[in-house]
Design a protein around this ligand. Structure first.
Ligand code: SER
Length: 316
């Protein structure tokens, strides 16, 4: 049976690309995009669109009932850097939206839930190299606390109420179509824009800060794969580690220099450095590989080529 899909937070960095991929796979009319604000034209015109405040249970429920939704992808969230500026708002948004969707599933109104977690669930006491699936997790950002708490609740709803919830711990996501907002890994997107516009970039993280990252096409494929897998294959109901690439600002700037030899990179670390320092440098995702055949495709070189090609053709 074709699912009827609702994406909450469809106009954001992940949502704008995931929505289009889901529409391609399941048909435009079967994929409802929802957000608190309007998005790009392609997203708004290629299929149904609803204004939805993820914090308002009645609005979310009405939308689910109106469109006979079976699967919800909940992408609305406040990310790590903005979360540190508005801790209570981040907690309220990230937790209330999750409870609304989990409760709709518990009541049987929807069948399947996708909710993203993040590398932010890890903290300064976590082993930072090749971080295992099961390890010490003492997140030090509000965002990380909401994702860790969310993971516990997802697992709880699955154990106690049989809710079919699936989750991935996304690394930093890199894409050219829609800008990220308020994250610690955003520099790895900014750098490409600035390379094209100004041939220079001042990075808010120091040159040797390694973080796990992933190109958006891989992230979208992972999301669709985990949602497509048979329920029995999904053995972890908190959230799966997802690896991808691991690089430092220096490494990405060297890759950019291969395209723009005059490119200048400077470093001016701010409060986000401390956040980055508390996160893993690289991730072990063998559980995702084993359970639902995950494998990433893009490395730093391929991603850089794709980012610059697309951004260049956009800017002409
Ligand atoms: N990209 C996110 C952030 O930097 C991590 O999930 O907040």
């Amino acid at each position: 049976m074709t699912p009827k899909i609702l994406i909450i937070g469809a106009c954001g960095q992940i949502g704008s690309e995931l929505t289009m991929s889901l529409r391609k796979t399941y048909g435009n009319t079967n994929v409802v995009a929802a957000d608190i604000r309007e998005g790009n034209e392609e997203l708004m015109t290629s299929g149904p669109f609803e204004i939805v405040n993820a914090m308002d249970y009645d609005v979310v429920r009405n939308c689910v009932e109106k469109h006979n939704i079976t699967d919800v992808y909940l992408l609305a969230a406040m990310l790590s850097a903005t979360g540190e500026k508005f801790p209570m708002k981040a907690w309220d948004l990230n937790m209330s939206s999750l409870f609304h969707v989990l409760n709709l599933a518990k009541e049987g109104l929807i069948k399947k839930v996708f909710w993203p977690s993040s590398i932010a669930v890890f903290g300064p006491t976590t082993p930072r190299e090749n971080t295992p699936q099961f390890t010490i997790m003492e997140p030090s950002t509000v965002y990380g606390i909401t994702k860790q708490t969310g993971e516990r609740w997802c697992e709880y709803y699955n154990n106690k109420y049989g809710v079919d919830v699936r989750s991935i711990r996304y690394p930093g996501l890199i894409s050219w179509k829609t800008l990220p907002g308020g994250g610690t890994t955003d520099y790895a997107v900014d750098i490409y824009h600035k390379a094209i516009q100004e041939n220079k970039y001042t990075c808010f993280l120091s040159e040797n800060t390694a973080l796990p990252m992933m190109y958006m096409d891989d992230a979208v494929r992972a999301t669709m794969d985990i949602m497509d897998a048979p329920s029995e294959a999904i053995k972890i109901r908190s959230s799966y580690n997802l690896g991808g690439i691991s690089f430092t600002p220096k490494m990405i700037s060297e890759e950019v220099k291969k395209h723009f030899p005059e490119f200048e990179m400077s470093y001016s670390p701010d409060f986000r450095q401390e956040i980055a320092d508390s996160w893993p440098k690289s991730i072990d995702d063998t559980s995702a590989q084993k359970d639902w055949n995950w494998n990433h495709e893009y490395d730093l070189k391929k991603m850089t080529n794709t980012m610059l090609e697309n951004l260049k053709s956009e800017s002409v």
